[in-house]
Write a protein that binds this ligand. Structure first.
Ligand code: UDP
Length: 331
């Protein structure tokens, strides 16, 4: 019998890729999503329950019906800027809804949990590349809410034996090779989809946020990791956690950074289009460089980010972007 995994936020960008990977790793995914950000068409495998994490009775019913052996938790607000202007939304949903989920897990004795965490739990880098032991001093409520979850889960392990793995993502990007699922945010704030919008003529140009950073070309450097590689890491981590019955935490990145200008130049090559660029000012809260020290996940989990060349990230994103957004002209 296949082991069932409850995937919250399985209709969202990263969650839907995890749902797809679950099958490849021999698990049966059950998606739980309120569709506030996700899309039912994105759930490509297993049952889909439209439900909210604030609805405890709904969660209990779902656990009773499907009897999952583990939970992967993607349902979350993830806009750094919004978290600064509306922290309540981030603490209420990212924190208290997750607490609800933990309480049902404890009640139903489901003892394995994978947390979508983030490099935003580190805050401003004091060391690059950033190892998992980097100090955690988040500079926005988004990163802070995720760090609080990491802390809560550490105590829950000690007290209740609830095992968890924290996966700290760097910049998730790219789309599944099938072209059937991919990145759709509303509003979109991420560099790569906005660059592709500019390549398609859905927006006039891409604004580069700052060119006076202490980086080789003056623009911010990020570590872009393909969403298929991210998704795969969740199952390697889950398998290991189930075998060892130990909690752990990993960076998920490639260890290599690309500047905003390098991303735009590669996007011009991949799309064959000239991308109009406008130079803008810095965006508040952007550190100059975020790059993972990425060897732990490789060493411990045997994880290799094999889809994550910048070229492949842009090619898969471009394929998806054209298929999904090709019909409408304006962004
Ligand atoms: N960026 C940019 N113009 C945009 C959006 C993003 O120059 O319209 C930059 C941003 O300042 C950051 C990088 O692109 O350095 C990646 O930003 P994104 O929002 O994709 O991810 P983040 O690093 O904030 O998680």
């Amino acid at each position: 019998m296949k082991r069932k995994i409850l995937i919250t936020g399985g209709a969202g960008y990263i969650g839907s890729h995890a749902v797809k990977e679950a099958v490849r790793f021999g698990f049966e995914p059950v998606t739980y999503d309120n569709l506030s950000m996700g899309h039912s068409w994105a759930v490509q495998a297993g049952p889909f329950v439209k439900g909210d994490l604030a609805d405890r009775p709904g969660l209990v019913k779902t656990f009773q019906k499907f009897k999952p052996t583990a939970v992967m938790h993607f349902a979350s607000h993830t806009y750094v800027g919004e978290s600064v202007t509306d922290p309540q939304k981030y603490y209420r949903d990212n924190l208290t809804n997750a607490m609800n989920l933990f309480s049902v897990m404890l009640e139903k004795k489901v003892n394995f949990f994978i947390l979508s965490s983030t490099c935003a739990t580190y805050g401003n880098p004091v060391q690059v590349p950033m190892p998992e032991t980097h100090p955690q001093n988040p500079v926005n409520p988004y990163g802070d809410s995720k760090l609080m979850l990491e802390k809560i889960l550490t105590w829950y392990d000690r007290a209740y034996g609830l095992k968890s793995t924290f996966l700290r993502y760097f910049n998730a990007a790219g789309s599944d090779e099938s072209g059937k699922i991919g990145e759709v945010h509303d509003p979109e704030t991420h560099l790569i989809p906005l660059v592709l919008d500019a390549a398609m003529g859905r927006r006039k140009n891409i604004t580069v946020f700052g060119q006076d950073y202490p980086t080789p070309d003056g623009t911010c450097v990020r570590d872009y990791i393909h969403v298929t590689d991210l998704a795969a890491a969740h199952f390697l981590a889950l398998k290991r956690m189930m075998e060892t019955e130990k909690s752990d935490f990993f960076n998920l990145g490639t260890g290599k950074g690309f500047s905003v200008k390098e991303v735009i130049a590669e996007a011009e090559k991949v799309t064959g289009k000239k991308i109009p660029v406008q130079m803008g000012t810095r965006r508040e809260g952007d550190p100059p460089e975020l790059v993972a020290q990425a060897d732990k996940a490789n060493r411990v989990l045997g994880w290799k980010p094999e889809h994550s060349s910048l070229k492949n990230i842009l090619e898969t994103s471009w394929k998806w972007h054209q298929a999904y957004f090709g019909k409408s002209k304006k962004a």
